[in-house]
Design a binder for this molecule. Structure first.
Ligand code: NAD
Length: 294
Protein backbone atom coordinates (compact mmCIF):
# COMPACT_ATOMS: atom_id res chain seq x y z
CA UNK A 1 0.00 0.00 0.00
CA UNK A 2 1.34 3.43 -0.94
CA UNK A 3 0.38 6.93 0.13
CA UNK A 4 -0.74 8.45 -3.14
CA UNK A 5 -1.81 11.99 -3.99
CA UNK A 6 -4.09 12.15 -7.04
CA UNK A 7 -4.63 15.55 -8.67
CA UNK A 8 -7.08 15.99 -11.54
CA UNK A 9 -10.31 14.00 -11.15
CA UNK A 10 -11.98 14.52 -14.53
CA UNK A 11 -13.33 11.99 -17.04
CA UNK A 12 -10.14 9.91 -16.71
CA UNK A 13 -8.67 10.83 -13.33
CA UNK A 14 -11.75 9.93 -11.31
CA UNK A 15 -12.07 6.31 -12.48
CA UNK A 16 -8.27 5.88 -12.33
CA UNK A 17 -8.22 7.10 -8.74
CA UNK A 18 -11.14 4.81 -7.92
CA UNK A 19 -9.12 1.78 -9.09
CA UNK A 20 -6.22 2.79 -6.82
CA UNK A 21 -8.66 2.94 -3.91
CA UNK A 22 -10.00 -0.51 -4.81
CA UNK A 23 -6.42 -1.83 -4.85
CA UNK A 24 -6.11 -0.71 -1.22
CA UNK A 25 -3.92 2.38 -1.58
CA UNK A 26 -4.15 5.30 0.80
CA UNK A 27 -5.39 8.07 -1.47
CA UNK A 28 -5.56 11.83 -0.98
CA UNK A 29 -7.39 13.60 -3.80
CA UNK A 30 -7.71 17.10 -5.21
CA UNK A 31 -9.43 18.78 -8.17
CA UNK A 32 -10.63 22.32 -8.86
CA UNK A 33 -14.14 20.82 -8.96
CA UNK A 34 -15.33 20.08 -5.41
CA UNK A 35 -17.98 17.56 -6.54
CA UNK A 36 -15.27 15.25 -7.91
CA UNK A 37 -13.40 15.34 -4.58
CA UNK A 38 -16.64 14.65 -2.68
CA UNK A 39 -17.47 11.67 -4.91
CA UNK A 40 -14.15 9.95 -4.12
CA UNK A 41 -14.20 10.97 -0.46
CA UNK A 42 -17.51 9.12 -0.17
CA UNK A 43 -15.69 6.03 -1.43
CA UNK A 44 -12.85 6.24 1.08
CA UNK A 45 -10.33 8.77 -0.28
CA UNK A 46 -9.10 11.64 1.89
CA UNK A 47 -10.20 15.00 0.49
CA UNK A 48 -7.57 17.76 0.22
CA UNK A 49 -8.28 21.50 0.29
CA UNK A 50 -5.55 22.24 -2.24
CA UNK A 51 -2.84 20.50 -4.23
CA UNK A 52 -0.20 21.28 -1.60
CA UNK A 53 -2.21 19.55 1.09
CA UNK A 54 -2.76 16.57 -1.22
CA UNK A 55 0.97 15.93 -1.76
CA UNK A 56 1.96 16.41 1.88
CA UNK A 57 3.44 13.07 3.03
CA UNK A 58 2.75 11.32 -0.30
CA UNK A 59 5.24 8.75 -1.64
CA UNK A 60 3.62 8.86 -5.07
CA UNK A 61 1.97 11.83 -6.79
CA UNK A 62 -0.22 11.37 -9.87
CA UNK A 63 -1.41 14.24 -12.06
CA UNK A 64 -4.15 13.89 -14.70
CA UNK A 65 -4.80 17.38 -16.07
CA UNK A 66 -6.06 18.68 -19.42
CA UNK A 67 -2.99 20.17 -21.16
CA UNK A 68 0.61 21.44 -20.96
CA UNK A 69 -0.35 24.80 -19.52
CA UNK A 70 -2.21 23.21 -16.61
CA UNK A 71 0.67 20.84 -15.84
CA UNK A 72 3.37 23.53 -16.05
CA UNK A 73 1.15 25.99 -14.18
CA UNK A 74 0.64 23.54 -11.33
CA UNK A 75 4.13 22.09 -11.01
CA UNK A 76 6.68 24.68 -12.12
CA UNK A 77 7.86 28.12 -11.07
CA UNK A 78 8.10 29.87 -7.73
CA UNK A 79 5.58 28.29 -5.39
CA UNK A 80 4.97 25.48 -7.91
CA UNK A 81 3.91 22.11 -6.53
CA UNK A 82 7.34 20.51 -7.16
CA UNK A 83 8.53 22.58 -4.17
CA UNK A 84 6.05 20.73 -1.94
CA UNK A 85 6.75 17.19 -3.15
CA UNK A 86 9.30 15.34 -1.01
CA UNK A 87 12.65 14.37 -2.57
CA UNK A 88 12.70 10.65 -3.35
CA UNK A 89 8.99 10.58 -4.26
CA UNK A 90 7.65 9.28 -7.55
CA UNK A 91 5.69 11.72 -9.73
CA UNK A 92 3.58 10.05 -12.43
CA UNK A 93 2.45 12.70 -14.89
CA UNK A 94 -0.34 11.00 -16.85
CA UNK A 95 -1.84 13.96 -18.78
CA UNK A 96 -1.29 14.21 -22.53
CA UNK A 97 1.04 17.19 -22.97
CA UNK A 98 3.75 18.41 -25.36
CA UNK A 99 6.90 16.25 -25.26
CA UNK A 100 8.85 19.51 -24.84
CA UNK A 101 6.73 20.45 -21.85
CA UNK A 102 7.24 16.99 -20.33
CA UNK A 103 11.04 17.36 -20.71
CA UNK A 104 10.87 20.75 -18.96
CA UNK A 105 9.05 19.20 -16.01
CA UNK A 106 11.50 16.25 -15.98
CA UNK A 107 14.44 18.67 -15.72
CA UNK A 108 12.82 20.63 -12.88
CA UNK A 109 11.91 17.43 -11.01
CA UNK A 110 15.50 16.16 -11.25
CA UNK A 111 16.85 19.29 -9.57
CA UNK A 112 14.58 18.49 -6.60
CA UNK A 113 15.41 14.76 -6.45
CA UNK A 114 11.91 13.72 -7.54
CA UNK A 115 11.64 10.71 -9.88
CA UNK A 116 9.31 11.74 -12.68
CA UNK A 117 7.77 9.60 -15.41
CA UNK A 118 5.74 11.02 -18.27
CA UNK A 119 3.02 8.39 -18.53
CA UNK A 120 0.13 9.36 -20.82
CA UNK A 121 -2.59 6.78 -21.28
CA UNK A 122 -4.76 5.26 -23.96
CA UNK A 123 -8.00 3.30 -23.63
CA UNK A 124 -10.56 6.03 -23.02
CA UNK A 125 -12.95 6.42 -20.13
CA UNK A 126 -14.09 2.79 -20.49
CA UNK A 127 -10.48 1.61 -20.12
CA UNK A 128 -9.99 3.92 -17.14
CA UNK A 129 -13.09 2.47 -15.44
CA UNK A 130 -12.15 -1.14 -16.22
CA UNK A 131 -8.52 -0.68 -15.16
CA UNK A 132 -7.30 -1.72 -18.61
CA UNK A 133 -5.49 1.43 -19.72
CA UNK A 134 -2.29 1.38 -21.74
CA UNK A 135 0.51 3.47 -20.20
CA UNK A 136 3.21 4.89 -22.50
CA UNK A 137 6.08 5.75 -20.24
CA UNK A 138 9.05 8.06 -20.72
CA UNK A 139 11.88 8.33 -18.20
CA UNK A 140 14.26 6.09 -16.26
CA UNK A 141 13.64 2.33 -16.44
CA UNK A 142 14.38 2.02 -12.69
CA UNK A 143 11.66 4.55 -11.85
CA UNK A 144 9.24 2.62 -14.06
CA UNK A 145 9.93 -0.56 -12.11
CA UNK A 146 9.07 1.26 -8.85
CA UNK A 147 5.89 2.65 -10.42
CA UNK A 148 4.82 -0.58 -12.12
CA UNK A 149 2.50 -1.86 -9.34
CA UNK A 150 0.74 1.53 -9.29
CA UNK A 151 0.28 1.49 -13.07
CA UNK A 152 -0.94 -2.12 -12.88
CA UNK A 153 -3.77 -1.10 -10.56
CA UNK A 154 -5.04 1.21 -13.34
CA UNK A 155 -3.91 -0.46 -16.54
CA UNK A 156 -3.08 -3.61 -18.43
CA UNK A 157 -0.28 -2.70 -20.85
CA UNK A 158 2.68 -0.74 -19.56
CA UNK A 159 5.24 0.22 -22.21
CA UNK A 160 8.61 1.86 -21.67
CA UNK A 161 8.65 4.14 -24.72
CA UNK A 162 12.15 5.54 -24.02
CA UNK A 163 13.81 8.47 -22.22
CA UNK A 164 12.22 11.66 -20.82
CA UNK A 165 9.33 12.80 -23.05
CA UNK A 166 9.18 9.56 -25.10
CA UNK A 167 5.83 8.57 -23.58
CA UNK A 168 4.34 11.79 -24.90
CA UNK A 169 5.82 11.27 -28.37
CA UNK A 170 4.22 7.80 -28.50
CA UNK A 171 0.91 9.26 -27.33
CA UNK A 172 0.73 11.99 -30.00
CA UNK A 173 1.55 9.42 -32.70
CA UNK A 174 -1.24 7.18 -31.42
CA UNK A 175 -3.82 9.94 -31.16
CA UNK A 176 -3.02 11.31 -34.60
CA UNK A 177 -3.76 7.82 -35.97
CA UNK A 178 -6.93 7.54 -33.85
CA UNK A 179 -8.26 10.87 -35.19
CA UNK A 180 -7.62 9.81 -38.77
CA UNK A 181 -9.41 6.49 -38.14
CA UNK A 182 -12.35 8.26 -36.50
CA UNK A 183 -12.79 10.76 -39.34
CA UNK A 184 -12.42 8.05 -41.98
CA UNK A 185 -14.92 5.81 -40.22
CA UNK A 186 -17.46 8.65 -39.83
CA UNK A 187 -17.12 9.61 -43.49
CA UNK A 188 -17.64 5.99 -44.63
CA UNK A 189 -20.61 5.48 -42.32
CA UNK A 190 -22.27 8.61 -43.75
CA UNK A 191 -21.53 7.50 -47.32
CA UNK A 192 -23.13 4.10 -46.79
CA UNK A 193 -26.21 5.42 -45.02
CA UNK A 194 -26.72 8.13 -47.67
CA UNK A 195 -26.78 5.31 -50.21
CA UNK A 196 -29.42 3.28 -48.43
CA UNK A 197 -27.47 0.99 -46.08
CA UNK A 198 -28.52 0.20 -42.52
CA UNK A 199 -25.81 1.75 -40.28
CA UNK A 200 -25.57 -1.34 -38.05
CA UNK A 201 -25.17 -3.65 -41.06
CA UNK A 202 -22.54 -1.42 -42.65
CA UNK A 203 -20.67 -1.09 -39.34
CA UNK A 204 -20.50 -4.87 -38.98
CA UNK A 205 -19.41 -5.45 -42.59
CA UNK A 206 -16.55 -2.92 -42.29
CA UNK A 207 -15.58 -4.16 -38.81
CA UNK A 208 -15.03 -7.65 -40.20
CA UNK A 209 -13.44 -6.51 -43.45
CA UNK A 210 -10.21 -4.79 -44.42
CA UNK A 211 -11.46 -1.42 -43.14
CA UNK A 212 -11.76 -2.82 -39.60
CA UNK A 213 -10.17 -0.65 -36.90
CA UNK A 214 -10.42 0.30 -33.20
CA UNK A 215 -13.20 2.83 -33.85
CA UNK A 216 -15.36 0.17 -35.52
CA UNK A 217 -14.54 -2.33 -32.76
CA UNK A 218 -15.30 -0.13 -29.75
CA UNK A 219 -16.39 3.40 -30.57
CA UNK A 220 -18.68 3.60 -33.59
CA UNK A 221 -19.56 7.29 -34.23
CA UNK A 222 -23.05 6.54 -35.65
CA UNK A 223 -25.77 6.92 -32.96
CA UNK A 224 -27.42 3.64 -31.98
CA UNK A 225 -24.85 1.28 -33.51
CA UNK A 226 -23.14 0.73 -30.14
CA UNK A 227 -25.44 1.41 -27.16
CA UNK A 228 -22.54 2.22 -24.81
CA UNK A 229 -20.53 4.43 -27.17
CA UNK A 230 -20.75 8.24 -26.66
CA UNK A 231 -22.48 8.49 -30.07
CA UNK A 232 -25.51 6.74 -28.54
CA UNK A 233 -25.50 9.16 -25.57
CA UNK A 234 -25.75 12.46 -27.47
CA UNK A 235 -21.93 12.38 -27.76
CA UNK A 236 -21.59 13.09 -24.03
CA UNK A 237 -18.80 11.67 -21.85
CA UNK A 238 -15.76 10.07 -23.43
CA UNK A 239 -12.91 12.11 -24.92
CA UNK A 240 -13.75 15.73 -25.68
CA UNK A 241 -13.23 17.01 -29.23
CA UNK A 242 -11.27 19.96 -27.81
CA UNK A 243 -8.79 17.53 -26.24
CA UNK A 244 -8.39 15.69 -29.55
CA UNK A 245 -7.76 19.06 -31.25
CA UNK A 246 -5.11 19.73 -28.60
CA UNK A 247 -3.42 16.38 -29.28
CA UNK A 248 -3.48 16.94 -33.04
CA UNK A 249 -1.83 20.32 -32.42
CA UNK A 250 0.84 18.54 -30.35
CA UNK A 251 1.38 16.08 -33.22
CA UNK A 252 1.94 18.99 -35.62
CA UNK A 253 4.39 20.66 -33.20
CA UNK A 254 6.23 17.36 -32.79
CA UNK A 255 6.36 16.92 -36.59
CA UNK A 256 7.82 20.42 -36.89
CA UNK A 257 10.71 19.47 -34.61
CA UNK A 258 11.67 16.49 -36.80
CA UNK A 259 10.46 18.06 -40.10
CA UNK A 260 8.24 14.99 -40.55
CA UNK A 261 5.48 15.04 -43.16
CA UNK A 262 2.07 14.48 -41.53
CA UNK A 263 -0.60 15.50 -44.07
CA UNK A 264 -3.36 13.32 -42.61
CA UNK A 265 -2.70 14.68 -39.13
CA UNK A 266 -2.75 18.25 -40.47
CA UNK A 267 -6.13 17.68 -42.15
CA UNK A 268 -7.52 15.98 -39.05
CA UNK A 269 -6.48 19.02 -36.97
CA UNK A 270 -8.31 21.37 -39.35
CA UNK A 271 -11.45 19.21 -39.21
CA UNK A 272 -11.42 19.20 -35.38
CA UNK A 273 -10.86 22.97 -35.30
CA UNK A 274 -13.97 23.32 -37.43
CA UNK A 275 -15.94 21.30 -34.88
CA UNK A 276 -14.69 23.58 -32.12
CA UNK A 277 -15.85 26.62 -34.12
CA UNK A 278 -19.29 24.98 -34.27
CA UNK A 279 -19.38 24.86 -30.47
CA UNK A 280 -18.92 21.07 -30.28
CA UNK A 281 -15.60 21.11 -28.39
CA UNK A 282 -17.06 19.67 -25.18
CA UNK A 283 -18.70 16.75 -26.99
CA UNK A 284 -16.95 13.41 -27.46
CA UNK A 285 -14.56 13.40 -30.44
CA UNK A 286 -16.84 10.98 -32.34
CA UNK A 287 -19.15 14.00 -32.80
CA UNK A 288 -17.15 14.50 -36.02
CA UNK A 289 -19.85 12.22 -37.47
CA UNK A 290 -22.21 15.22 -37.53
CA UNK A 291 -20.03 17.07 -40.05
CA UNK A 292 -20.98 14.44 -42.62
CA UNK A 293 -24.72 14.28 -41.98
CA UNK A 294 -25.93 17.77 -40.99
P1 NAD B 1 -11.05 16.48 -17.99
O1 NAD B 1 -11.07 17.88 -18.48
O2 NAD B 1 -12.30 15.70 -17.86
O3 NAD B 1 -10.30 16.41 -16.56
C1 NAD B 1 -9.25 17.25 -16.17
C2 NAD B 1 -9.47 17.61 -14.70
O4 NAD B 1 -8.35 18.39 -14.24
C3 NAD B 1 -10.72 18.46 -14.46
O5 NAD B 1 -11.55 17.82 -13.50
C4 NAD B 1 -10.17 19.80 -13.95
O6 NAD B 1 -11.01 20.41 -12.99
C5 NAD B 1 -8.86 19.35 -13.34
N1 NAD B 1 -7.86 20.42 -13.19
C6 NAD B 1 -7.42 21.30 -14.10
N2 NAD B 1 -6.46 22.10 -13.57
C7 NAD B 1 -6.29 21.69 -12.29
C8 NAD B 1 -5.46 22.11 -11.21
N3 NAD B 1 -4.59 23.11 -11.36
N4 NAD B 1 -5.56 21.48 -10.03
C9 NAD B 1 -6.44 20.46 -9.87
N5 NAD B 1 -7.25 20.00 -10.84
C10 NAD B 1 -7.19 20.62 -12.04
O7 NAD B 1 -10.02 15.69 -18.96
P2 NAD B 1 -9.86 14.10 -19.11
O8 NAD B 1 -10.72 13.63 -20.23
O9 NAD B 1 -9.92 13.46 -17.78
O10 NAD B 1 -8.36 14.06 -19.68
C11 NAD B 1 -7.24 14.29 -18.83
C12 NAD B 1 -5.98 14.08 -19.68
O11 NAD B 1 -5.97 12.73 -20.20
C13 NAD B 1 -5.89 15.00 -20.91
O12 NAD B 1 -4.55 15.37 -21.11
C14 NAD B 1 -6.40 14.12 -22.04
O13 NAD B 1 -5.86 14.52 -23.29
C15 NAD B 1 -5.91 12.76 -21.62
N6 NAD B 1 -6.69 11.59 -22.09
C16 NAD B 1 -8.05 11.61 -22.08
C17 NAD B 1 -8.75 10.49 -22.53
C18 NAD B 1 -10.26 10.44 -22.55
O14 NAD B 1 -10.82 9.51 -23.17
N7 NAD B 1 -10.97 11.35 -21.90
C19 NAD B 1 -8.05 9.36 -22.97
C20 NAD B 1 -6.66 9.36 -22.91
C21 NAD B 1 -5.99 10.49 -22.47
Amino acid sequence: MSKIAFIGLGHMGLPMARNLLKAGHDLRVYDLVQAAIDELAAEGATPARDAREAVNGAQVVITMLPASRHVEGLLLGDGGLLESIAAGSLLLECSTIAPESARKVHAAAKTRGIELLDAPVSGGTAGAAAGTLTFMVGGEAAALEKARPIFQAMGKNIFHAGPDGAGQVAKVCNNQLLAVQMIGTAESMALGVANGLDPAVLAEIMRQSSGGNWVLERYNPWPGVMPNAPASKEYDGGFMAELMAKDLGLAQETAQVSLSSTPMGALALQIYRLLLKQGKGKKDFSVVQKLFVE
